[in-house]
Design a protein around this ligand. Structure first.
Ligand SMILES: [Zn+2]
Length: 330
């Protein structure tokens, strides 16, 4: 069967979506959706979000994996978004903002995909491991605000440079691609000597890139500040997975009732996807790449500079500064 053989009414309601989820997916898929919706209700109890949008997104989020809609080589979350965007949402009466929220929520629902998302709805549809690690991420921001309130405020203000950053500059994109490739390669280095050699290349590529693109001081500061703010939080987010996966961690018994919790056993897969994603951020508009570049530099510091965590909260110290020190030490 193909997509085109599916006969859809010109107008669809939520009841139609539920029925289609049952017929195109199966009863098990429908009960998965109901379980996720129940969890979202619990987790989101104190949050402000668009309940209709998140409900529709939850029903549609796996359609791209159903036999009728799946496409070889296309990630199921992205495929679900395509189906929702082209086939389903145009037949529903929804405000434009709800449509945007639904599409984002569907595309980024997979707990393996940690592309930074905008909406609460998108966060709510993730699996429990992802939700818990996002709590660690946000808690770390609170910690930054306690341990270094001035730095947190400065890093937040640096975001003002985001709008005018030349995201679309072709030369800058190419230079970023080289830099991101070097960073991802460094993470895969197998010896300390190789790690130091590749880190040195990464740092010099970065030093070359900035004047070549004519970045202003504010734009350069924006990169470093957001790496400090979001990269470190992303590092914490991943570290709880790594430490739980590589220790004798056991979840509390109550988590046995949560079928969407993977006990962090997916760390290796999560990590390799994270590293792959680094290479895909060069043409991505917005500060998302700094989550990755900051996180990666923190991981390299773990390897090259024990004790770096004490230094990173000092005034004016950025991840790249510590890395430069780490690779030049005698
Ligand atoms: Zn953050």
């Amino acid at each position: 069967m193909t997509t085109s053989e599916l006969e859809l009414k010109p107008q669809l309601t939520l009841a139609d979506i539920i029925e289609l989820t049952r017929t195109e997916g199966d009863a098990w898929k429908l009960s998965h959706v109901r379980r996720v919706l129940k969890l979202i209700g619990l987790i989101g109890a104190e949050m402000v979000y668009d309940e209709t949008a998140v409900t529709i997104a939850t029903y549609l989020h796996d359609w791209g994996a159903y036999p009728r809609f799946q496409q070889a080589g296309v990630d199921h979350a992205l495929r679900s978004r395509q189906v929702a965007e082209s086939l389903i949402l145009p037949r529903m009466e929804l405000p434009e903002t709800a449509v945007a929220t639904i599409l984002e929520t569907i595309e980024y629902h997979d707990y393996r995909d940690f592309h930074p998302v905008q909406s609460t709805e998108a966060v709510l549809l993730r699996g429990s491991d992802g939700y818990i690690s996002l709590l660690a991420h946000e808690s770390f921001h609170a910690f930054q605000g306690t341990a270094a309130p001035e730095r947190l405020a400065t890093a937040e203000r640096a975001l003002a440079a985001e709008a005018a950053y030349p995201w679309q500059d072709a030369g800058l994109q190419a230079d970023w691609q080289t830099e991101l490739d070097l960073l991802a390669a460094t993470l895969a280095a197998e010896s300390e000597a190789e790690t130091i050699a590749l880190t040195t290349q990464f740092l010099s590529q970065r030093q070359q890139r900035r004047p070549e693109a004519g970045l202003t001081d504010a734009q350069i500061d924006f990169e470093r500040q957001r790496e400090w703010l979001e990269g470190l939080a992303r590092y914490v987010e991943l570290e709880i997975w790594r430490q739980a996966a590589q220790s004798d961690y056991r979840p509390i018994p109550a988590l046995a009732d949560d079928g969407d919790f993977g006990e962090y056993t997916g760390f290796d897969r999560r990590w390799s996807q994270e590293v792959d994603q680094i290479r895909r951020m060069a043409n991505d508009e917005g500060e998302g790449r700094f989550y990755y570049t900051g996180m990666a530099q923190a991981v390299l510091l773990d390897r090259l500079m024990p004790g770096w965590k004490q230094a990173i909260f000092a005034d004016g110290v950025f991840l790249e500064d510590l890395l430069a020190t780490a690779v030049t030490k005698p």
